[in-house]
Structures are given as C-alpha cells and as structure tokens.
Design a protein around this ligand. Structure first.
Ligand code: SAH
Length: 276
C-alpha cells in the first residue's frame, strides 16, 4: 500500500454518509469526513439504537465492515464499497436482521447470497490484476451468477460498468427489482447461461464467478481483456472441494498467456449449464 493511500485510511466517511441518502435515521448528519472508523461506529450505534432495527443506518454497515477489517480485509476501496451497499435490501424481510452478519443466506431457488467477507476477498484479489492496478478500479466487469444482485451492487461501486448474468429467471427478475433503487445505470443484467460469458460486451477487464464448476469455461478466457483478471471458485482436480482460482491474461510482445494461481478453499453453489 502506498503512503498516500495509507494516509486516506480511516475510511473517508463522507462517502458513506452520502450513500445513506433517503435513510431517515440521524446518522447521516453525524458522520463527518476523517472521523475514525471506531468512533464513527460507536457514535452511530448510540444514535441509531432508538430507531427500530436501524438496518438502514450507515452505522450497521460500518460495524460489519469494521469486523471484516479486523479479520484481515485490508483494501480500503473494498471496505468502502461494502459499506456503501445496503445488504438487507437484497434478502427476504425475515432474514434482514442477519444481513450484516458475515454469513451466506438463502435467496430462494436453492441459491445463496455470498458472505460479505468472500465478496470482499474476491474483489480485493480482482483489484490486484494488472489492468485494475493501473486504473485503480475494476474497469468493465463480467459477473457470472447475479443471484439477488448484492455482489453486482458492490462491484458497481468500483467498476466502470458491470454486466451480470443469471441462468434462473426468477432470480434475474428479483435482482432487477432489488437493483432498481441503486446505481442501476452501471449494471446490465442478462438472463442467460454465464458459462458462455456475454460476447457483445467483451472484452472485460475483470471477470468474477459466483458459482463454481469443474473447469474454466473457455469463453471466459476468450472474453478477458489483456491485462485483465478473472476470479472463480473451482473444484480441485482431486474432487475435494473448491478453491479460488485467479487467472491473469498476460500479453507480452504479441504473445498471449494465461497465468493461473490457486488460493484458499471456498464453498460456492455449483455452476450449471443452460437456463431455467
Ligand atoms: N453474486 C450473488 C451470488 C448468487 S449465488 C449474490 O450476490 O447474491 C450464485 C448464482 O449463480 C446463483 O443465482 C445461480 O443460479 C447462478 N448460476 C449458476 N450457474 C450459472 C450459469 N451457468 N450462468 C449464470 N448464472 C449461474
């Protein structure tokens, strides 16, 4: 991390407070730029306490992000993005009180919303790609597995554009509803088989899969821009669970190479073929 960037941490909370526009709680007027994360969270906790569950307050998200930070998620851009998205709006009302715990939750049709720590970890790894490092952001992103749209909303905080594909029609429709209130202009939702990518939008600077298969579909590599990075959960050759796989598209002296690295074990829903 460069000196300049390190100095910007604690989080510039003015951005967090802007993203609460529409929230009715008193938190928005209280958070100030440069306020320390711990102080802000304590402050927000006190002030949001009387307003019911307080799920729409920035304080709840700040506390989640603070826990993720303590557990090792260091990238301030990712922490900022996670703190800007209201996760409870992407799950059923009955599960809303659990929305700011670091846990995956059912979203219907046998699928789950990913854990915030995993969403954060994957985006942090994507930001380490050559093109993302050069631009400081994710660029044009392809997401496979829209689900409820939560991760797409987080990606949109750090991307020029997000194209997100879902193979289950009811979830595709649900995500459209969920995202209607956010920066939907940056997110294009596609109903289709994500194993084929989305050629009309290619090439992508970043590709992220929210479902894990036994292989990497060749179309993903074909649609990854030079300098771009792909991240996907993938079953190990041994068939023993999944790991996160990162692939970089390296173009040197006119020769294309794909450099692959495996990271920690993860548990994602399966990547399936076709649409339903
Ligand atoms: N990013 C999502 C996580 C959803 S779970 C969120 O934030 O909620 C993964 C999703 O991948 C499921 O909705 C599943 O239907 C979808 N999926 C699985 N295989 C797919 C494929 N081939 N193409 C598109 N979506 C797929």
């Amino acid at each position: 991390m460069s000196e300049g960037r390190a100095k910007r941490f604690p989080l510039p909370l003015n951005k967090v407070s802007q993203s609460t526009a529409g929230a009715t709680g008193p938190v928005r007027t209280v958070l100030r730029p440069q306020l320390h994360l711990q102080q802000a969270a304590d402050h927000a906790a006190r002030l949001s306490a009387p307003t019911g569950l307080g799920l729409d307050s920035a304080g709840v998200r700040l506390r989640m992000v603070q826990r993720l930070q303590q557990e090792g998620l260091r990238d301030e851009r990712v922490l900022q993005a996670l703190s800007a998205v209201q996760r409870h709006l992407f799950v059923d009302t009955a599960l809303a009180t659990q929305a700011y715990e670091d846990t995956s939750l059912p979203i219907g049709h046998g699928q789950t919303i990913s854990k915030p720590s995993v969403v954060g970890r994957m985006i942090a790894l994507l930001l380490g790609g050559a093109q993302a490092q050069a631009g400081g952001q994710l660029g044009k992103v392809l997401e496979i597995g829209t689900g409820c749209g939560y991760q797409a909303a987080v990606l949109a905080q750090l991307a020029r554009e997000v194209v997100s594909i879902e193979r289950l029609r009811p979830l595709h429709d649900k995500a459209r509803e969920n995202l209607a209130a956010t920066r939907a202009h940056k997110i294009r939702l596609i109903y289709g088989d994500g194993r084929l990518g989305h050629r009309p939008g290619a090439p992508y600077d970043s590709i992220i899969a929210a479902a894990g298969g036994d292989d990497l579909p060749p179309e993903w590599l074909a649609q990854l821009a030079p300098g771009g990075r792909l991240i996907a959960p993938m079953s190990q050759a041994t068939g023993q669970g999944q790991v996160l796989v990162v692939v970089d598209h390296v173009l040197e002296r006119g020769v294309t190479r794909f450099v692959r690295n495996a990271y920690e074990a993860v548990h994602f829903v399966p990547l399936k073929s076709g649409v339903m």
